[in-house]
Design a binder for this molecule. Structure first.
Ligand SMILES: [Zn+2]
Length: 201
């Protein structure tokens, strides 16, 4: 028994990330996810100066709302909070894999190779369309303990981070879609308005 306790104590000391939730859908997700047309999605997020329990609790609530909605990424502006906070989990099917909590994320370099991939967004359910983006990125951010971190990403993770960082600047993936007719048809079908898209090209 004593041995088990010391093992647990060791484990909790090593496990510095406290921002974790069960990767299960909950009946009443703690946060509402705003949809295309909401002002909050177009509001530029503010940098976070203090990483404290309040912020970690917000990240937990965001994770729970994201898992419930079956998403792989969620930005604070999507839940009505204009702060530079993202939660991402591209390994949502692996209950042991830790999610990423990105505070004040900044993409510092883009790779020169582009790729095309179908994206969707929890703020625009039902709409999935191709978007062209760089396939690799370098990123700096603060983690959920406020420590400065750097990482390289490729594949789905690089794609997801770029999509979420866009949210912090009030940009949505539909703004980047080049197939405008397809976009219009799909938005109409799902009950959204083309005027809520702000094309970048
Ligand atoms: Zn999104």
């Amino acid at each position: 028994m004593a041995n088990q306790f010391s093992k647990l104590a060791r484990k909790s000391r090593n496990n510095v990330s406290t921002t974790k939730v069960d990767k299960e859908a909950v009946d009443n997700p703690p946060l509402e996810i705003f949809k295309l047309g909401s002002e909050t999605l177009r509001t530029k997020a503010k940098r976070i100066s203090k990483v404290d329990n309040e912020l970690r609790n917000l990240a937990k609530d965001m994770l729970q709302s994201m898992y419930t909605a079956k998403g792989i990424g969620l930005a604070a502006p999507q839940v009505g909070i204009s702060k530079e906070l993202l939660v991402i989990d591209t390994n949502f099917e692996d209950s042991a894999a830790e999610p990423l909590i990105l505070i004040n994320p900044e993409i510092t370099a883009f790779g020169s190779t582009l790729n095309t991939y179908e994206e969707g967004c929890l703020s625009i359910p039902g709409v999935y369309l191709n978007v062209v983006r760089p396939s690799t990125i370098k990123l700096k951010f603060r983690d959920d303990m406020g420590r400065p971190r750097k990482m390289n990403a490729d594949g789905l993770l690089a794609r997801c981070i770029q999509h979420e960082v866009d949210h912090l600047r009030g940009i949505l993936f539909v703004d980047r879609v080049t197939a405008k007719e397809e976009l219009k048809t799909l938005l109409n079908k799902e009950g959204y308005k083309m005027k809520d898209v702000l094309p970048l090209d």
